[in-house]
Write a new protein. Structure first.
Length: 440
């Protein structure tokens, strides 16, 4: 059984790049009314406090849908909706204000917790809110007057930045004020999205009951780009997406298209979901971004350490020929790497020879990320580069992975089939098998 202390040390070391990357960044976190009512809420507050202590600039936006519904039922007020939006007349607005006020007080109280022997001991978090969201009425749609239901008109980003610079948390809710002194009930997703855009936030994080995307088998979809998310929304004729998913994915797409770097959907029922999503490579939710986070590109000098980490275990096993750091640094322009959040997940190199030959070398994938298509992506990239250089014959020398290369069109060949310069360098002690692929 693994030593728990060693597991903790390993996790802490693995998370340190994210701790450094997140410091000083601005995150907008949406907490729906369902999240505030969930038993995990206290743990979520503790995780938010930890982010604050690590130097993350936080804006919290909370909703109140189930609490409003419960109060309306208690008062005997009929809840009316049109186009999935609440119609807010006078009595309903009074109820909304009551529910939001109670939740705000509860959230401020939780963020103020600091007694001994609790995770938030010594946190001393300051929370600041106010009239930071200007609103306008939604008006009349399809002949239906939405009353005091509104939409965001303006976000006072300058005031929020001043609050954040003083290391306080900005606390917003689903209410906005107009210049005429009226109060409007706003969709919490609209407030969170508009705030993230106005602040040019680094992340918009939205909690939900079951908001993450899943594929046909029910497996978690960890990453989707905006274009794919838009197609998913437009093609959802069978309404496989829940109301919660539709609202949050729509807000995420709008945020990304308006300049927010990343949006992350996480489930409030998973203990530690916020920390797992932010401080591990794979996370536990669905990431929505403009482009895929795994990038395939030419290697840079700062990638040498990551490449060494990939190659060293294979060199010790005799799978690859040893290369020193100095050699890698001198030959870095021959490598292509697959990276995510600064971590090198895979690499491959191309060495050109005379007579339109080139060698494919140093093909390696991180052991935790094998079994997918990453190796094929690297190979396709190397082949494209080889063709661009005029290479006609791509060869590889291998001792353990001959089947993988044969499945991808490489044919067994003799040493004599190699270019003369490579024949002179051939290591007969390794007795590597030769495979060649003709590039069309």
């Amino acid at each position: 059984m693994a030593d728990p202390n060693q597991q903790y040390v390993h996790w802490f070391r693995q998370s340190s790049p994210y701790i450094n990357a997140h410091r000083g960044k601005t995150f907008v976190i949406m907490l729906g009314g369902e999240t505030l009512a969930h038993p995990q809420f206290d743990n979520i507050v503790q995780d938010i406090a930890l982010l604050n202590s690590l130097g993350v600039r936080l804006v919290l936006v909370h909703g109140a849908r189930p609490q409003i519904d419960a109060l309306c039922k208690q008062k005997g007020i009929e809840a009316k909706f049109h186009l999935h939006k609440r119609i807010t007349d006078g009595p309903v607005l009074e109820t909304v204000e009551q529910a939001v006020g109670q939740l705000r007080a509860r959230l401020e109280a939780r963020l103020s917790t600091g007694t001994s022997n609790t995770p938030m001991h010594g946190a001393e978090i300051r929370v600041v809110g106010g009239n930071l969201i200007m609103a306008k009425p939604l008006g009349v749609i399809d002949g239906v007057d939405f009353g005091h239901t509104g939409e965001v008109r303006k976000v006072d980003a300058e005031a929020m930045h001043r609050i954040l610079e003083n290391n306080a948390i900005v606390l917003l809710n689903c209410l906005g004020n107009s210049r005429t002194g009226e109060t409007f009930n706003l969709p919490v997703e609209d407030v969170a999205m508009s705030t993230a855009v106005a602040l040019k936030a680094d992340k918009l994080i939205m909690f939900g009951e079951d908001n993450c995307l899943r594929d046909e088998t029910g497996a978690l979809v960890r990453e989707v780009i905006v274009r794919e998310a838009r197609i998913l929304l437009e093609a959802d004729h069978a309404h496989r997406l829940s109301f919660e998913q539709t609202q949050q994915i729509t807000a995420a797409c709008q945020a990304i298209e308006s300049g927010v770097k990343r949006c992350q959907l996480i489930r409030h029922g998973v203990d530690g979901a916020l920390l797992t999503e932010l401080f591990t490579l794979d996370g536990c939710g669905t990431l929505i971004s403009q482009n895929h986070q795994e990038q395939l590109r030419g290697a840079r000098i700062e990638d040498v350490g990551g490449i060494l980490d990939l190659l060293s275990p294979l060199e010790e096993q005799g799978v690859l020929v040893r290369r020193s750091r100095e050699v890698l640094e001198n030959e870095i322009d021959r490598f292509r790497v697959l990276v995510k959040d600064g971590m090198v997940l895979g690499c491959a190199a191309l060495y050109a020879y005379e007579e339109h030959y080139a060698e494919l070398a140093c093909v390696a994938i991180h052991p935790d990320y094998r079994g997918g298509v990453r190796g094929d992506r690297l190979l396709a990239s190397i082949e494209a580069e080889a063709k661009h250089q005029g290479v006609r014959q791509l060869f590889v020398l291998t001792t353990r992975t001959s089947q993988w290369f044969e499945e991808r069109g490489f044919k067994p060949a003799s040493i004599d089939a190699l270019p003369q310069a490579k024949q002179q360098l051939y290591n007969y002690q390794r007795n590597s098998k030769v495979f060649i692929k003709t590039l069309s």
